[in-house]
Design a protein around this ligand. Structure first.
Ligand code: ATP
Ligand code: MG
Length: 153
């Protein structure tokens, strides 16, 4: 299936507009060129992936924080990155956040709802797309999730 990933991200931004407004989060997509960016993916599942990642970035990010979703094309792939400038994830938790029901510091996350399934679903869906997701995080600086999808043209 052929999916315009730039369009998917715009739709996710619209869906999350309300919650982003309440937190005054700045949501921005960065692309090299305007127009559709076609990838080989399942539309609904990739929408779910983008929703879970961007929702986390807003939910765990700071008030007045910034969330950037960037798309970079190379010959065969589109590299997708979701970056926030929030509190970051402590290194000792980083390897476990993709596990089902895993949440960092219950005290910190519990007032923000959620079940701890979002990232497990993300990983599962990307597995089915033969895509690996990586995370880089620095305390007080923020968190970036990255993965690649196959290009279509
Ligand atoms: P759900 O997604 O099911 O509503 P959740 O957001 O708690 O619940 P995940 O999306 O799997 O579950 O995330 C797991 C944990 O990783 C979160 O509870 C949070 O502590 C941490 N986390 C995820 N994304 C970020 C982020 N961008 N910045 C800081 N912490 C994060
Ligand atoms: Mg989540």
């Amino acid at each position: 299936e052929q999916v315009d990933i730039a369009h998917v991200i715009q739709e996710v931004f619209e869906q999350l507009e309300k919650i982003a407004q309440t937190k005054r989060t700045f949501l921005k997509m960065r692309v090299d060129r305007p127009g559709p960016i076609w990838v080989k993916a399942d539309q609904q599942r990739i929408m779910q992936v983008m929703t879970n990642l961007i929702e986390n970035a807003v939910k765990y990010g700071n008030e007045n924080g910034k969330v950037y979703v960037s798309l970079e094309e190379d010959k065969k792939h589109v590299l997708i990155a979701v970056r926030d400038d929030g509190p970051g994830i402590p290194p000792e938790h980083l390897s476990r956040i993709f596990e089902r029901f895993y949440r960092v510091e219950k005290s910190r996350s519990k007032d923000r709802g959620g079940t701890g399934l979002g990232l497990a679903i993300v990983k599962h869906i990307l597995n089915a797309h033969k895509a690996k997701i990586t995370v880089m995080s620095k305390l007080e600086k923020g968190t970036t999730f990255r993965f690649k999808l196959e290009r279509m043209e």
